[in-house]
Design a protein around this ligand. Structure first.
Ligand SMILES: *Cc1c(COP(=O)(O)O)cnc(C)c1O
Length: 472
């Protein structure tokens, strides 16, 4: 089969593909943020069977119009959702370049340039988080989920090196993992995947700012120890998914060292503040963490599957994942030194880091600092506008995550649901709801560099209109 197609066909396809994508990218704000497709409608738009084939142009048209029609458009400036950004332009090109070269990052010798790029980025980002340059190690991962799993595996192997041979039988007692009640569910999933089970995860109470209460953690550890359980890992979430809360890392670091626990900082979202002079103090102490999860695809405006696992323990990844195989090129010294298959859950590995390297070449850390700062400021602007319009803010964070409601309807969970559903349903914006204490709040987050103050005015206006209609 002539999979390459002819040069002329390719030239035309590149061009029409670019035209269609450019039309979406340039005019994203003019289309509804989301549609209301039923499952039947979506399925009836698909082509299946694949007996009859079509020209590439028609196929391109089919997939691009399907994606335009049936999706929540996370790149839309009025998407106030779950940390899914609009990808910056160089990072989009990076994905196309990677697909074309398809470098294999399992081994240094197969992809020296790509491997070195990732290795340098791991170091640079690690240093931004405050790790000493000479001790930073890490690996790009497909997501925060994989990075959190990597953290748990590292914690286990660090304390119980025999785990790689004997599995759970290497554990002397039932172990315990601590995270806040507001932490991400991937911690539980990681525990399940590691064969420890979800009951080993202990959710520690959070205070009225949704931050883990260190005293509650200490109490729980004491209780667990007296029952013969073994504390293994403490997870500090620095920027919770629900309300942008930041756990008190310094205090948690102290408790971790007292009980010989691995401290993991889940900074998937909030970690980006380390790129700003003005806000990096929010995560002061993160350099004390044994490992860090950081998602570039959350707040660094790059396409999905761009995350980092970082650690200040140079040997731990190799200790956890190192393995040799006869069919691998024999470049063990490099393998040990660099983020390759001996460093990762993955085997064949995509050149993930290019999605960060290319925009950094073009915009620099400075460009990222400006972007993150701009979004933090828009978050404050949104809070002010809501307060001026008699909304009440229920969370307390400097990050651009705003959870709000109208105090008169605080007891009525229908209120937030109904307003969010109406605004989303009409394709005006994308917002969600989140429970804080006993109030179901409306949640709006800014993670998009294209979001503007006018967009915030429109959102608040739409919210006011829906509130008025709800009252009647
Ligand atoms: C999003 C998120 C995760 C999971 O990361 P993915 O990249 O979505 O897999 C983990 N922790 C926190 C705090 C998150 O916000």
């Amino acid at each position: 089969m002539h999979f390459d197609l002819e040069k002329e066909q390719r030239t035309n396809a590149w061009k029409s593909c670019i035209d269609m994508l450019e039309d979406f990218y340039e005019n994203t704000e003019d289309i509804p943020v989301s549609g209301e497709s039923s499952r039947e409608e979506v399925v009836s738009d698909l082509v299946t069977g694949f007996e009859k084939t079509v020209e590439l142009d028609e196929a391109l048209n089919h997939v691009i119009s399907g994606l335009r029609k049936h999706a929540v458009h996370t790149p839309h400036p009025d998407y106030f959702g779950l940390f899914n950004p609009r990808p910056n332009f160089p990072s989009i090109l990076a994905d196309a370049i990677t697909a074309t070269f398809n470098p294999q990052l399992a081994a240094w010798s197969h992809a020296p340039f790509a491997t070195e790029v990732e290795s340098k980025l791991v170091q640079e980002v690690g240093v931004k988080f405050g790790y000493p340059r000479e001790s930073v190690d890490g690996v790009f991962t497909a997501g925060g989920a994989e990075a959190n799993l990597t953290a748990l595996l590292s914690a286990i192997h660090s304390k119980y090196p025999k785990f790689s041979e004997d599995g759970v039988h290497a554990l002397p007692r039932r172990i315990r993992i601590y995270c806040s009640a507001e932490s991400h569910h991937t911690i539980i999933k990681s525990a399940r995947i590691c064969g420890l089970g979800s009951t080993c995860v202990s959710h520690i109470e959070a205070d009225e700012k949704q931050q883990m209460i260190p005293e509650a953690l200490e109490d729980q550890i004491a209780k667990d120890k007296s029952r013969g359980f073994e504390p293994l890992m403490i997870v500090a979430t620095t920027g919770t998914t629900g309300s942008g809360a930041i756990d008190p890392i310094q205090k948690l670091a102290h408790i971790a060292s007292e009980h010989n626990c691995w401290l993991h900082a889940d900074a998937a979202y909030g970690g980006a503040v380390v790129l700003t002079k003005d806000y990096k103090h929010l995560v002061a102490g993160i350099e004390l963490a044994d490992s860090i999860t950081f998602d570039a695809h959350k707040w660094l405006s790059v396409p999905m599957a761009t995350s980092l696992f970082l650690t200040r323990h140079k040997q731990i990844l190799w200790q956890t994942f190192g393995i040799s195989a006869d069919y691998m090129p024999n470049d063990e010294t490099h393998i040990q030194e660099l983020g390759s298959f001996g460093h990762s859950i993955q085997w064949s590995r995509r050149f993930i880091g290019l999605k960060l390297y290319l925009p950094l070449l073009v915009f620099g850390w400075k460009g990222y600092e400006e972007t993150v700062l701009g979004q933090i400021e828009l978050g404050s602007t949104l809070r002010q506008k809501l307060l001026q319009n008699n909304w009440k803010i229920y969370n307390e964070t400097d990050l651009p995550v705003v959870c709000f409601s109208d105090e008169r309807f605080a007891e009525d969970p229908q209120f937030a649901e109904s307003l969010a559903a109406e605004i989303v349903g009409e394709g005006k914006a994308w917002i969600s709801t989140y429970p804080i204490e006993n109030v179901l709040t409306i949640r709006a987050c800014i993670a998009n560099y294209a979001t503007t103050e006018e967009g915030l005015d429109k959102l608040v206006g739409d919210l006011n209109t829906s509130r008025n209609a709800y009252q009647k």
